[in-house]
Design a protein around this ligand. Structure first.
Ligand SMILES: Nc1ncnc2c1ncn2[C@@H]1O[C@H](COP(=O)(O)OP(=O)(O)OP(=O)(O)O)[C@@H](O)[C@H]1O
Ligand SMILES: [Mg+2]
Length: 218
């Protein structure tokens, strides 16, 4: 599904990723751990094609991300990749519903075009209650679930999340992790999460740890 080979990335002579290789197979739920500053967000950005490595390759379904034109990359990102940023990137002036449907609006479509999908996601994520609320009126867990719903709008094959439970208490953490487990098992989406939490990491079927730019399986 997603194969990374011999990735290197440095910032100002400081090596952040050193010969990182990994393979994510269909059905995988992978947790990436490591100390703050160890390069987790950098690795996720490279895997998602948001950041070019200094060397090495990332293949998504056999496609070399570096070989794609900007247009093809955008199309691939829309159809195959879901990404939930550490900062969530919810728009404060839009309701929950409109935040979820934002990718649709950006593509020039209307809410009605995704009515069925929206219902399915609402049920799965249990977020009907925040449809008309603005992000500031939602709990951290609700904001996280709205951001996840948005990333699933186009049925991605792989969902990447950067610290999905970074600011959540343990009850909300469990709730979000159980959701990711259902997304992984019921929708068949590969999940790759970066996390500091051992509890959250344990929901994955594999845990990878970044230390000194190198990755090791645990
Ligand atoms: N654009 C950039 N320019 C220069 N240095 C950067 C840049 N982005 C990240 N870094 C540095 O690379 C290192 C790894 O950053 P990264 O964000 O990947 O860490 P992280 O493991 O995600 O940390 P955290 O757990 O705090 O989110 C850090 O030391 C950071 O300062
Ligand atoms: Mg980070």
């Amino acid at each position: 599904m997603l194969i990374a080979k011999n990735l290197y990335k440095s910032y100002k002579n400081r090596e952040i990723l050193h010969d990182v290789s990994l393979a994510v197979k269909a059905g995988d739920f992978v947790s990436i751990m490591g100390e703050s500053g160890s390069g987790k967000s950098t690795l996720l950005a490279v895997l998602a094609g948001n950041l070019a490595p200094d060397s090495g390759t990332v293949l998504l379904d056999g496609q070399d991300l570096a070989a794609l034109s900007e247009r093809d990359m955008a199309a691939l990102r829309r159809t195959k990749l879901g990404f939930v940023y550490q900062s969530l990137n919810l728009i404060p002036t839009l309701t929950g519903r409109d935040n979820i449907l934002l990718p649709l609006y950006l593509g020039g479509k209307r809410a009605g075009d995704a009515a069925e999908k929206l219902n399915e996601l609402t049920e799965l994520l249990g977020i009907a209650g925040v449809f008309d609320a603005f992000p500031a009126e939602m709990s951290g867990g609700e904001q996280q679930r709205v951001a996840i719903a948005r990333s699933l709008l186009y049925d991605p094959a792989v969902l990447m999340l950067d610290e999905p439970t970074g600011s959540l208490d343990s009850a909300s953490t469990r709730q979000v992790m159980e959701l990711l487990t259902r997304i992984n098992r019921e929708l068949g989406v590969c999940v790759i999460q970066v996390t500091h939490s051992r509890e959250a990491a344990a929901y994955g079927n594999r845990i990878l740890t970044l230390v000194d730019g190198r990755i090791s399986a645990q």
